[in-house]
Design a protein around this ligand. Sequence first.
Ligand SMILES: [Zn+2]
Length: 243
Amino acid sequence: MPEGPSIIILKDAVQEFKGKKIINVTGNSKLDIQRLHNQTIRDFKSWGKHFLICFDDFTVRIHFLLFGTYRINEAKQTPPRLGLTFKKGVLNFYACSVQFIEEDLDKVYDWSADVLNPSFDAKKAKKKLLAAPEMLVCDALLDQNIFAGSGNIIKNEVLFRIHVHPLSKTGSLPPKQLKLLINEAVNYSYDFLDWKRAFVLKQHWLAHTKTMCPRCNIPLIKQYLGKTNRRSYFCINCQLLYQ
Ligand SMILES: [Zn+2]
C-alpha cells in the first residue's frame, strides 16, 4: 500500500495535467465516472494516503488500498478503474477505490493530521495519543486520524529509531519518548520521501523486512501485532517495552 510520501510523489508527477480538460473517460468503476468528461482539473491535493483530483464543484478521491497502482502516459494490460484522457497524455488508475467528494475539502479533511502537510500539528497529535492511553504504539502509528499518511514501513522504522517496542502503550510512554514518537513520525516521513525520490528507500531500512538488529547484531523479531495485525520488525534488546 502506498504510504503518504508515495502519494506526494504521484502529486508531483501529474502536475502537467493541472488546468487540463478531460476529453475521454474510461474505467470499470461503478460510479458515474462519465461526469468527469469535459471537466477541467483545477488542482491535485493529498491527505495522507488519499490522492485528490479537484474540479470546480467536486473532488475525486483515489485510495490505492493494498494493490492499487497508476500509470502516467502509458497503460497496463488490465483495464483501469479510472482512465483519464487529455488532449496530450493519459492518466490511469488501477485496482484502487474511487469516490466522489461533494463537500468542501476543508470540511472533510483535518489537514493538520497529515504528517507531510506543512500544517501538521504535533500538539494535536499529542492530545489524541494521550486521549487513548491504552492504545498500542504500533496501532497509533497506523491511525490515520492521528498520523495520516503513516503506514507499515514508517511504523516499523520510527519505533526502531526511537528505541520503543511496538507493544508499548501510548499512555505509558515517558514524555520524552512520546515527543520523539510524534517528531520522528514526521521526520522519517520526509526522509522516506527524499529516499524514495532518489530510488534509495529500501537501502535505508534499518528494521523493516530486516533479520538482524544493526545496533545489537542479534536477530530481529517479526510478528503480526496490534489490532491492525500488521507485520512488525523489532529488537527486544534495544526497543524498550513501556506497559
Ligand atoms: Zn537492537
